[in-house]
Ligand binder design. Structure first.
Ligand SMILES: *Cc1c(COP(=O)(O)O)cnc(C)c1O
Length: 231
């Protein structure tokens, strides 16, 4: 099977699964954004996905994102960044990425906003909330969320669009995503426009949809298994 046929089949299957999960939750699949997480796969795969109508793509490492972005400048892709952001890479990222899902500290807000301003662009921001007691997956603690949200909302070149969360391994994802939905409801009292909920990966997107996810970050189910662990 050609790579395009394989990607087409995967994309159709994921669309079908999203439709089923949305129907079960009484939700409109048209309100859900599917993002193809292409880390470790070649830029050529993104060109194939674009040919199939999948334009929202994500990376989790800045150098890889930058390489693919410059290889594919001719395509109308929307670039999402979902990995932990090093502060010294934030200005660079803000120069070409459209959406950052992983803002979890005030320093990053300052650096991203400065980079976006310098490039005369605007960057959409999801604040990543820590849903695990274990360190390592990133995310601001619930106590720090309101202050961080205020900082993003006040940054001239950033637009606060919502919250992002990664369900901890080895615990029911419904509990984590339910918590994320609660925090989102709280956030929207102060920031009514921040309606986005970036939640759900290949293994748990149906659960995320049942809990109100608006942006799904899906790698393996679309592109296949990654040969190496890349976070
Ligand atoms: C890799 C990655 C994904 C996609 O994971 P899959 O399980 O392959 O779908 C989603 N979100 C983040 C932050 C990632 O790093």
């Amino acid at each position: 099977m050609s790579r395009r046929a394989e990607l087409a089949e995967n994309l159709a299957r994921v669309h079908q699964q999203i439709a089923v999960a949305c129907a079960a939750a009484g939700r409109d699949p048209g309100q859900v954004t599917l993002i193809a997480v292409s880390k470790s796969f070649p830029a050529a795969d993104l060109a194939e996905l674009a040919a199939l109508g999948q334009f929202d793509v994500a990376e989790n490492r800045e150098h890889e994102a930058r390489a693919k972005h410059s290889a594919l400048t001719g395509l109308p892709l929307r670039w999402h960044f979902v990995g932990q952001v090093q502060t010294n890479k934030a200005r660079l990222l803000a120069g070409y990425v459209d959406v950052v899902h992983s803002v979890d500290r005030p320093h990053l807000v300052t650096a991203l906003s400065a980079g976006a301003e310098r490039a005369q662009r605007s960057v959409d921001v999801f604040i990543q909330v820590g849903l695990s007691d274990r360190a390592g997956r990133g995310g601001v603690a619930a106590e720090g969320l309101a202050r961080l949200a205020d900082a993003v909302a006040a940054a001239p070149a950033l637009r606060l669009v919502g919250l992002m969360g990664i369900a901890p391994l080895g615990a029911p994802s419904g509990v984590a995503f339910g918590r994320l939905a609660e925090l989102s409801a709280e956030l929207r009292r102060a920031h009514p426009q921040a309606t986005g909920l970036s939640a759900g990966m290949s293994g748990d997107f149906q659960v995320a949809l049942a809990n109100g996810a608006t942006h799904l970050r899906i790698g393996t189910a679309l592109l296949g298994r990654r040969a190496t662990k890349v976070g």
